[in-house]
Structures are given as C-alpha cells and as structure tokens.
Design a protein around this ligand. Structure first.
Ligand code: NAD
Length: 472
C-alpha cells in the first residue's frame, strides 16, 4: 500500500470517472473493468548451492482483441494487484492508440540490480516455461515485452525458451517483442516509449490555445525539462527532447538522488560518463543532491517527465511542483487526488495511457514483422529511391538549378525500417492526441485529458463487444 492508495485503486477511479462521463451501461462497465484472468505461481531456481523460490504473475485484463499484450516487470515490491492494474492500463492504452491487442502484464518478484546475470537467466527461462505450460504466452495468445527491470536481453531469453518448448513454431519470434534486432526485433523498439513521450508532448505543445493557458509559447524549442528515472523511458525521452525538440534538460533524478544544471545538462557527456559504469550523481557537469531523491519533481521546469515508478506525484507534493505540464512516461505516476490539485493549479497532465503508448505501438510493428517474416522497407525501398531520384532530376531540369547536397541527401535513399517505424509511431501519437482532444472538446462531462483518454478507449472496447452481439 503506497500513500494516496494503490495503483489498482487509481486505475479503477480513472475508469469509473470516464465510464460515468460516457454513460457506459452497467453490464458493460462491470465486464470491461475487471481483469479476466490472473495466474500466480512460485517456482524454484538454483542460486549457487541453494534453491530459491520466486513468485511470478501474468494477468490478462481484456480479450476483446487477440493476442493480449504487455510488459514483464522485475521488482522486489511488485504484487498481484499491481500486475492487474498495469494489465488494465494496457487494454486502455492499446485501444486508445488503435493497436489491436488486449491488455496484459507480468512480473517476477526479484531485484534485477542485485541478482547475478546467470540467475536472472534461469529465472527468466523458468518463468517463460511456466507461462508456456499455463498457455499464457504465444504469438496468438499473449505476447510479453520489456518493462521496469527487463530489456532486450530478457526478451531474447524468453523467445529462445518459447522456441525450444513450442518445437520451433514457425511464428515463435512473435511470442515476445522488444527483442534484439539480430533476434527478430525491430529497429527503434528500445527508444520507442521515450520517443512516443516526445511526439505526444510535442503534439500537445503545438496547440497554441492550450499553451496560452499555460503561459507558454507553442513548441518544445528552448523549453526546460526535468526527468525522474533515467532508465529506458526517461533516458531516451531526455535525449530526444534535447536533440530533436531543442529543449534543455535541467534535472535528472534516480532512486538515490538527482542532478541539476539550470543551463542544461550535456547529455552526450553524461552518456560517456555512464558508459564508464559511473553513477549520474558523480557527473561533474551538474550539481548532485542526495538528501531526498523525490525532490527532483519540485525542480522548476516547463515539462516534468516522471519516468520511474507509480504513485510519485501525490497530495503530499502536488502543491509544490513548479512545472507547467506533466508528461507521464511512467505508468500511474500521479494519484487521482494529486491530479485534482494539479488541474486546479492549471497544470496540464498528459496521461500515461496515451503518452507512454509508444512502446506497445512499436511492439505491434515488431509483432507484425515477425508474423509477416519480412523486414519493413525491404520490398519498396529501391523503388522509392528510384522515384525520388527521378523527381530530383526532373526538378533540376525544369528549373535549371542544382539542388544542394544537404537537401539532396534526403532524397533518393528510400525508407529503411527505422524511418518507417518512426513515421508510424509519430502518426499514431498525433492521431490519438486528436481523438483525445476532440473527446475533451465535445463533452461537457469530460474535463481533463485523462478522462478523455479513458473515454475514447472504453468506447472502442465497448463497441468491439457490441459487434459480437454480446451486449445488444
Ligand atoms: P527501467 O528499469 O529501464 O528504468 C527505470 C529507472 O528508474 C531506473 O533507472 C531506476 O533506477 C529508476 N528509479 C527507480 N526508482 C526510482 C526512484 N524512486 N526515483 C527515481 N528513479 C528511480 O524502466 P523503464 O522501462 O524505463 O520503465 C519506467 C516506467 O515506464 C515504468 O512505470 C514502466 O511501467 C513505464 N513504461 C515502460 C515502457 C517500456 O517500453 N519500457 C513502456 C510503457 C511504460
């Protein structure tokens, strides 16, 4: 139990507020709200000369689309309710960004930072075997991905274990996403959630009338950014905000402290520093604070990106935040009571189920690539390149001028997988923001973007049951 309630309480409150706003019939409300299936199991793993028992979970929230989809979390603090809440968020996230999956989530109670790699491998392989035997993994059943404490390496172990157990199912690569590119992964998956955080925030910040209310000029250029959690999501988001958005990252927080540089942290230098295995707190290019790591949230900025854990912004600190916009990279970082305070203070909250959907969006691309057995761009790249080249020649001939080398570099190369993935992600985030914004504009009963996001998602899930004739 965390302060200001648990994540599952928050998700239910958010869901209930949106269902009431769209006047969802009671039978549908009960049907969509709860998790359909949760499996909890304990399994033995050899650690040196001892046998340790580990607890694992996998929850399937909704089967309105198949397969179900969601990450695997490795954490010492995880429990069944957290997994159920995260699975529910996945259903709404997928529906909102038009990714045709049901929601799922899994976890193992383990500290990945204090567990030797060989033990982590045995845990991951055994966890996968348990899921396989319980029919909780498979390309058409349930497809895991990385979440906190897991990454490409764990996904490669899972994929390999599944492949061995399924007797080389032709589609076995599609049993899990977030794999290394050399093992059936897709270019751009690792950065996808952070990149989606950037695309979504940039889209929100492009609306002049909304930015006026925040007393901000439109766009991300020159804006100050604070990131809590410098892992997969936070690190990529910070880098892309700086490189592509022209923003200044002024503070970065980790579990043991945070660093601040009002002139902007040199992220390239920070990367070199971290590559030597050093903590961000020893980085010379910023001032370190170790007394209370959660105070990073109170550093003045335009955009605050919580990208670590749930329940970080609570009634205890909501009045102390000095940002204009909260870009939720993490799942459930803001409690409902804290959000009410933020909204009263005029702070714009871009909700998790929208803003961190980049990961599952690119996972969807990876899954379709695995099912299709072909790399994106392979069929059309040369054709596209030839066409672009002929257009450049025609323009030069018609105008009598030569297109300069910098502009020419953009033409005549066609699209690689990474170009297609980024463009698909960008389009997805822009389209979903439009749907959410429109729901907010149209209904007086919807007062904030989170309720709008849930409302759009719930309507889509409900309509999929309507088409089955289950609910006349
Ligand atoms: P990660 O394990 O790669 O990174 C999390 C980072 O947060 C780590 O660097 C960790 O040290 C730091 N951290 C832990 N406790 C902290 C604290 N108290 N204060 C500050 N920092 C702390 O995990 P991730 O994949 O980046 O996930 C982060 C969040 O984003 C989670 O809520 C996760 O559910 C969500 N998310 C992740 C993805 C994805 O594709 N990885 C997709 C959607 C949502």
């Amino acid at each position: 139990m965390t302060q200001n309630g648990t994540l599952i309480d928050s998700v239910y409150r958010q869901f209930d507020a949106a269902s009431a706003a769209i006047r969802l019939p009671e039978d549908l409300r009960r049907h969509i709200r709860e998790c359909n299936a949760v499996v909890e199991f304990r399994f033995p793993v050899r650690v040196g000369k001892r046998i340790e028992m580990y607890t694992g979970w996998r929850a399937e929230h909704s089967h309105h689309r198949k397969p179900t989809k969601g990450g695997i979390r490795y954490s010492e603090h995880v429990d069944a309710d957290e997994v159920r809440a995260l699975a529910a968020l996945m259903s709404f996230k997928c529906a909102l960004v038009n990714v045709p999956f049901g929601g799922s989530k899994g976890a193992v109670r383990v500290n990945p930072y204090k567990t030797p790699v060989d033990v982590l491998e045995r845990i991951t392989r055994r966890y996968t075997a348990e899921l396989f035997n319980k029919r909780f993994i498979g390309p058409g059943i349930n497809v895991p991905a990385p979440d906190m404490g897991t990454g490409e390496r764990e996904m490669a172990w899972m994929s390999d274990t599944y492949d061995a157990m399924s007797q080389s199912d032709l589609n076995s690569f599609a049993c899990v996403t977030g794999k290394p590119v050399s093992q059936g992964g897709i270019a751009g998956r690792t950065e996808a959630t952070g990149r989606g955080v950037f695309y979504g925030t940039r889209e929100a910040m492009s609306r002049e009338e909304d930015m006026k209310k925040l007393k901000l000029t439109p766009g991300t250029e020159g804006k100050t950014v604070v990131v809590q959690g410098y892992g997969n999501v936070g690190r990529h988001a910070a880098q892309i905000f700086r490189k592509e958005g022209g923003a200044k990252v002024v503070a970065i927080g980790e579990w043991n402290g945070f660093i601040v540089n009002r002139d902007g942290i040199d992220l390239d230098a920070l990367e070199k520093h971290r590559a030597k295995g050093k903590s961000i707190l020893d980085f010379k290019g910023a001032k370190a604070h170790t007394k209370d790591p959660s105070k990073v949230l109170e550093v003045p900025c335009d955009v605050l990106i919580p990208a670590a854990l749930e329940n970080q912004i609570t009634t205890k600190n909501a009045r102390k935040l000095k940002c204009k916009l909260i870009a939720e990279g993490a799942n459930g970082p803001t409690t409902p009571d804290a959000e009410a305070i933020l909204l009263k203070r005029g702070i714009l909250v871009l909700p998790d189920i929208y803003l961190n959907a980049g990961g599952v969006t690119v996972s969807y691309f990876e899954w379709t690539k695995n099912i299709g057995h072909i790399r994106f761009g392979r069929m059309g790249k040369r054709l596209e390149a030839g066409r672009e080249h002929r257009i450049v020649q025609a323009v030069e001939k018609a105008t009598g001028k030569t297109i300069d080398e910098t502009d020419r570099a953009h033409f005549g190369k066609g699209s690689d997988e990474i170009d297609i993935v980024r463009s698909g992600l960008e389009g997805t985030m822009i389209e979903a923001y439009g749907e959410m914004r429109e729901a907010l504009r149209r209904s007086k009963r919807i007062q904030d973007l989170r309720t709008a996001a849930f409302a759009v998602a719930i309507k889509k899930i409900a309509s999929s049951y309507d088409s089955l004739g289950i609910f006349p």
